[in-house]
Design a protein around this ligand. Sequence first.
Ligand code: NAI
Length: 510
Amino acid sequence: MSATPLSGSSTVAVIGAGAMGGGIAQIAAVAGHPVKLLDAREGAATSAIEGIRAQLNKLADKGRLTPEAAQAAGERLSVATQVSELADAALIVEAIVEDLAAKQSLFVSLESIVSDDAILSTNTSSISITAIGAALKRPERLAGLHFFNPAPLMPLVEIVSGIGTDSAVADTLFATAKAWGKTPVHARSTPGFIVNRVARPYYAEALRLLQEGAADVATIDAVMREAGGFRMGPFELMDLIGHDVNFAVTRSVWTAFFNDTRFTPSLIQQELLEGGFLGRKSGRGFYDYREGAAKLLAATEAPRSLNATVTLHGNSEAAIAFATRLSNANIALTSGATTSDGRITTVGDAVIFVTDGRSATQRAAQSNIANTVVIDLALDYRSATRIAISCAQQCAPAARDNAIAMLQAAGLQVSLIKDIPGLAVMRTVAMLANEASDAVNQGVCSAADVDAAMRLGVNYPRGPLAWAEQIGVATVRDVLLNLASSYGEDRYRVSPRIQQACYAGGSLHD
Ligand code: NAI
């Protein structure tokens, strides 16, 4: 039976009137609750309410709210100056500074003021709910209510249960977030909850590519956007988040997992931080945002002319997509046999494969095909506009040029990157799916929820588990095994859930 949300007429108190608290107060007021906003800094709650009212008027101007609804929501907001004024609140949402002692002492003071059935919640993004609850007489009524920034726009809310949280409290919060128009997901209070844990490889693999000199930041960003379908590339996204914030989250997840190498922070990011290159907010990060600074462009191969025969092999998604794209471009194709080595096309002497996590050079040596060219994963090979490729060291320049010419004839911009295992999109998606699988395997959340969380919390184009199923779970496992063997690092160990799924039909969902 699904739980009942808080009644619309019950009072919600939001403590902390900063970026998050203001957004949460706006959501609750629009949903019909009287909302009290409290901040330790004088004047902060008043100016936050003015800001929210201005925001509501803008929404009314754009037709997203009726003028009456905007006016009524604005009137439901009021300032509280002391914790004692929050006695009638049915729900407290704490969004103060990210500090365990500050949060504990606030909740301890609230415990004796609010009614017995009031729910206490925290918007913390990194502190253990269990640890906050440890200071309370009744930790069962405390849960995480983790919104994403900007709260009024981002649909996801993680409902986080600590060891002492009553499941009925989590269920009421879940139903309430839903009634507020959000998409809630349940999570256990483990480091990073869902999104801040599962998203780590998006940054970490890109930083490792950069460290190895695979390509420059603009090229990796372009590949992740234009082949991977991600809204922002990892470097531009880190610049937007701020390296201070992003590095702190990475460090905190890494430390919380007892220095698991999966989460090891990057020296490159640490150096940016040490240099004060915090990203957009300081004018410089990976990119230079200062006036007049040169814009970095992705490395793109110059046009080549296609003067070799193209043969298609097999019926993989990539092979079928290239068949369509090349036919649409009036390129004559011949049909070749499906081969056990997994090649998708041959162009003259060049043999093209989708990466399986081995470098092109390793693959060339093991299959005895010198002219090996590997291409990266694309979210959708039919509509991608760019593709990363790498060539075996053994590959002849003419064969490389044939491969590039074929990809260009199919309408793709080609970024030729250093021959590193797993290229960019494939290794990132494999690691995202691996982390998502471990989170599910360890009971942090359900398979459906991890996919929803990554789509709605960080705008990924596809949930990592659904994506792995589309690639083929055995392929994802092989990519990870090949990365593990290339690097000799525990970081790329395969999630038991992925291993199991390979033996049981390939589904990562329940
Ligand atoms: P912020 O710095 O914009 O606002 C915090 C507000 O809390 C300030 O106005 C401050 O005066 C007030 N405050 C501090 N201690 C207080 C106390 N003891 N009692 C009452 N008011 C107090 O911070 P922001 O970004 O809004 O973050 C708030 C919480 O939300 C933190 O726990 C943070 O980790 C979490 N969070 C932040 C996200 C973000 O992207 N900024 C995303 C999701 C969660």
